[in-house]
Design a binder for this molecule. Structure first.
Ligand code: MEV
Length: 323
């Protein structure tokens, strides 16, 4: 396909999972919000067949021949990015070298969907070099990219970073269900980073083992997660924020039972509640990453976490975009 330009920039929002993480892999519903923090990707076409990637202080190169031969065996952190670039270019029947620069508002590993947002922004930027792929194509390619990092992905992170806004996401045998939810613009969250970077793949695998070893218990947890998430949709609709808060806490307790929380995350949740939060919970895979909390007095909450990486996140209605 004909190259229309030699460079492009695109971005995708980061996300928080409000309800239903982990169980979403097993066909239970989840609620996700895109937040007003983004990952930006700049690409420039090179004159040789090399991919070069720059992410903060990291700089790595790989030849396209090497990527073709690698059979997707990862030896380096940047490999999934190279393979995603390669696979996306193949959609346009193109073999091009690229300089890829990735910049994130929030550090990688913070549990806010940096990997899905990087892939979605990269795919959007590459497709902009030719003509634009539609959102469904970008979503599908972002799922493929996430699978390179953690095989058993639900598709929830790719769905929210490509679409933006607030969504209910459910994986089903017959395909994925993505329902945009109405929200009030006053809805915002405090996000507190635990300082512990973790691997989603490992946590997802731990949950998989727990499910295999205790199927009946897991089924009970999964049904509870579904019940909490469906009640949360009602609470969001009726703007019953007290209810929403108590459901968040229940969700956190459920994730504790699942074994994906830890002392650091539990303490952050307690601090939020002791400082006027209506609700708080870990968000994403757990094991580290971030917690979210919300309440009427955001200033008090911010102050309670002044020694942490903390920020107020509002919902970003926009998903992927060409910059
Ligand atoms: C990670 O952000 C969310 C998980 O539910 C994994 C997934 O949905 O693929 C833990």
């Amino acid at each position: 396909m004909r190259l229309l330009k030699a460079s492009s920039s695109a971005s995708a929002p980061l996300k928080v999972i409000l309800f239903g993480e982990h169980f979403v892999i097993y066909n239970k519903p989840a609620i996700l919000a895109a937040i007003n923090k983004r990952v930006y990707v700049d690409i420039n076409v090179r004159s040789d067949a090399i991919f070069a990637i720059r992410v903060s202080d990291l700089y790595e190169e790989a030849s396209i021949n090497h990527i073709e031969e690698s059979k997707h065996q990862f030896t380096r952190l940047s490999q999934p990015i190279f393979i995603t670039a390669y696979n996306t270019l193949r959609r346009f029947h193109s073999v091009l070298g690229l300089d890829i620069k990735i910049m994130s508002d929030i550090p990688f590993g913070s549990g806010l969907g940096t990997s899905a947002a990087s892939s979605a922004a990269l795919i959007t930027a590459i497709s902009d070099l030719f003509n634009t792929l539609n959102k469904d194509d970008i979503f599908a390619l972002t799922i493929e990219a996430e699978k390179l990092i953690h095989y058993n992905t639900s598709g929830a992170d790719p769905a929210i970073v490509t679409n933006g806004g607030l969504i209910m996401f459910k994986r089903r045998e017959e395909g994925m269900l993505i329902i945009p939810l109405i929200y009030s613009t006053e809805l915002s969250f405090i996000v507190v980073y635990s300082g512990i970077s973790r691997s989603t793949a490992n946590l997802v695998n731990n949950v998989k083992s727990l499910r295999e070893n205790n199927p009946i218990m897991f089924e009970r947890f999964a049904n509870t997660s579904e019940e909490i998430t469906l009640k949360a949709i009602e609470a969001l609709k009726s703007k019953d924020y007290e209810k929403l808060g108590s459901l968040m806490l229940r969700n956190h307790e459920l994730l504790q039972s699942l074994g994906v929380s830890n002392d650091t995350l539990d303490k952050l949740v307690d601090t939020a509640i002791n400082n006027g939060a209506l609700g708080a919970k870990l968000t994403g895979a757990g094991g580290g990453g971030s917690i979210i909390a919300f309440g009427y007095d955001s200033k008090r909450l911010l102050n309670a976490f002044k020694d942490h990486h903390v920020f107020i996140a509002s919902i970003d209605k926009e998903g992927i975009r060409v910059e």
